[in-house]
Write a protein of this length. Structure first.
Length: 566
């Protein structure tokens, strides 16, 4: 009889005095796996994150469920592929605060389960999973309706428009088009009026009505983009808006101080705290004390400031004597953004040896992310796990650690990481992983346990700009259409000896046919488990609706600054 698992369980219970552990989850935004010292970077300083890795287990084959924010974060919170929850669609992510799309109310987050187990639950930072459904204050998608007791942060995300000195990220193309169409309709109305007044041609009034309504419609949208920074870039404390628009100078310190305050208030535990950084999303807003310190302009400065934030948080855990009873996890929601910041295209992320990046479907650089888990006295220090793991695994792992029960009425795709982290099992429970772009299956990963090889098949991949590793000229690579390469036959890579995805196997080889056949069987089984659900990121669900606009003050002149300092 193997008594090692039993002994490890006894050690765990002894080390924590039988208490449920505190859980601290830290997620960076758009951080590439090649941007940390502990994952091979030699030019950006990340001493605090590197120290966390030395104190715990480093996950070197850690995979996001999607290569963009909203779908990836929904999978992280629910342990389910975005295709199951409807967090997919033609726009890839939520584009406004005032949309009806978002994480569906009938989905179960790890926060909801742990709250039922007596945990104090909080989220500080970015949400980007929706706010309202039918009215400005129904908050159906809000964190406090998904199991969190406390929320301090932005319900949206960072965009260039949140910083007045930067060129607009959304107005440049969209607002110009809207202005153009409004001008066309206005000219049409004027021309029809002149013709009507001069009695040159008999014109039905319905044409005037059509042209007038068209003008109003496009001017309406033009105004929406003009108020973008006020309507999207907001800060909330629970259900209340406290800054509209956000003061970016305050954000780093506010997030750190709010996190430290939460830990201190809840130190008697147990608590679950999800710290969701705004760093290092463009426009790489960095406070004055960290600007110019790195070798990589604002992009590097922003990473080094984020590392300082991690250090401040971990120091509070240490100060409150919580290290031995706190599981700390650090990751990124997906890979780095390679197309570069609007107005400063040289400022772009780095995904190490991996091809592709944010928004690029199943390419490794867009979905392979840094993963670090530390729990002194429970998990081994300074070790690595090279087996395939997923951000979705955090759901199952923390639910079980917190004494909760996994939902039985739905499929949970995440696996319990603890046996793998403790070394009681040699292999990941993930035999197959499915990589989507919107609702299109772009790639599939298979860990062949008989040969220890990890295979990956690509059915689609983005069509890069000539000679480049990104889709310049567009904010994100498309998922379908003319700017996507359709692979017939599919491309097959052996990731075990070709992590660069540079040398596909010959489709004439025996091993190619065997692997493709095995993966195709897995795809058919996976498809049989999918059920139709409303798409949350598509069409009217992701279209700006003034009825849903969070507003501090009188709409549309929304403005407030209730917390000028922290």
């Amino acid at each position: 009889m193997d008594i090692l698992p039993f002994l490890l369980l006894l050690i765990s219970l002894y080390s924590t005095n039988g208490q449920k552990p505190n859980i601290l989850l830290i997620m960076a935004d758009d951080l590439g796996i090649g941007e940390l010292g502990c994952f091979g970077n030699t030019t950006i300083r990340t001493p605090n994150i590197d120290k966390l890795a030395k104190q715990g287990v480093k996950l070197t084959h850690h995979i996001a469920a999607d290569s963009v924010c909203s779908p990836s974060r929904s999978a992280f919170l629910t342990g389910r592929y975005p295709i199951r929850t409807g967090m997919t669609g033609g726009y890839k992510v939520l584009l406004w605060n005032a949309v009806s799309g978002g994480l569906p109310s009938n989905e179960t987050t790890f926060a909801k389960i742990l709250k039922q187990q007596g945990y104090s639950t909080g989220i500080i930072g970015k949400w980007h999973l929706g706010v309202n459904c039918e009215s400005r204050n129904d908050f159906c998608h809000h964190p406090l309706n998904h199991g969190f007791d406390y929320f301090f942060g932005t319900p949206f995300t960072l965009i260039n428009d949140c910083e007045a000195s930067r060129p607009s990220e959304m107005q440049l193309s969209s607002r110009k088009k809207l202005k153009f169409y409004a001008q066309i309709f206005a000219i049409t109305v004027f021309t029809l009026l002149v013709i009507k007044l001069l009695n040159l041609i008999s014109i039905p009034w319905i044409m005037f009505i059509f042209a007038f309504v068209g003008t109003i419609f496009f001017l309406y949208w033009y105004v929406a983009f003009a108020f973008l920074s006020h309507w999207n870039c907001i800060l909330m404390r629970n259900f209340d808006i406290v800054e509209q628009p956000m003061d970016m100078d305050l954000k780093a310190n506010q997030i750190v101080e709010e996190t430290k305050s939460f830990i201190t208030r809840k130190k008697n535990g147990p608590f679950l705290l999800f710290v969701s950084f705004l760093h290092i999303h463009t426009p790489y807003y960095t406070t004055k004390r960290f600007r110019g310190r790195s070798k990589h302009d604002l992009y590097g400065d922003n990473i080094e400031e984020m590392d300082w934030m991690v250090g401040e948080i971990l120091e509070t855990i240490k100060k409150e004597s919580l290290r031995n009873n706190t599981l700390t996890y650090f990751t990124s929601d997906h890979g780095a953004y390679l197309e570069g910041m609007v107005g400063s295209p040289h400022l772009k992320g780095y995904n190490g040896i991996y091809r592709g990046g944010k928004g690029m479907g199943g390419l490794e650089g867009g979905i392979r992310v840094p993963g670090i888990i530390s729990w002194p006295g429970i998990l081994p220090a300074n070790t690595s796990v090279d087996e395939p793991t997923s951000l979705m695994d955090i759901f199952t792992t923390v639910v079980k650690l917190g004494g909760g029960t996994l939902p039985q009425e739905r499929i949970i795709d995440g696996k319990d990481l603890m046996p793998l982290l403790r070394g009681t099992v040699p292999k990941s429970e993930h035999e197959f992983m499915f990589h989507y772009c919107d609702h299109y299956l772009h790639a599939v990963r298979w860990q062949d346990r008989s040969s220890n090889a990890t295979w990956k098949v690509h059915y689609f991949s983005p069509k890069f700009s000539e000679g480049e590793n990104a889709c310049y000229g567009t904010k994100l690579c498309p998922c379908s259409g003319e700017k996507v390469v359709y692979h017939f036959p599919p491309l097959l890579f052996n990731l075990s000896n070709d992590p660069f995805e540079s040398s596909p196997l010959s489709s004439d080889s025996v091993i190619y046919r065997e692997v493709i056949h095995k993966i195709q069987q897995a795809v058919e089984h996976h498809n049989s488990t999918l059920c139709p659900v409303p798409q949350q990121l598509h069409g009217l669900k992701n279209t700006w609706d003034p009825r849903l606009q969070p507003c501090c003050g009188t709409f549309p002149l929304c403005w407030c600054m209730k917390e000028s300092s922290i």
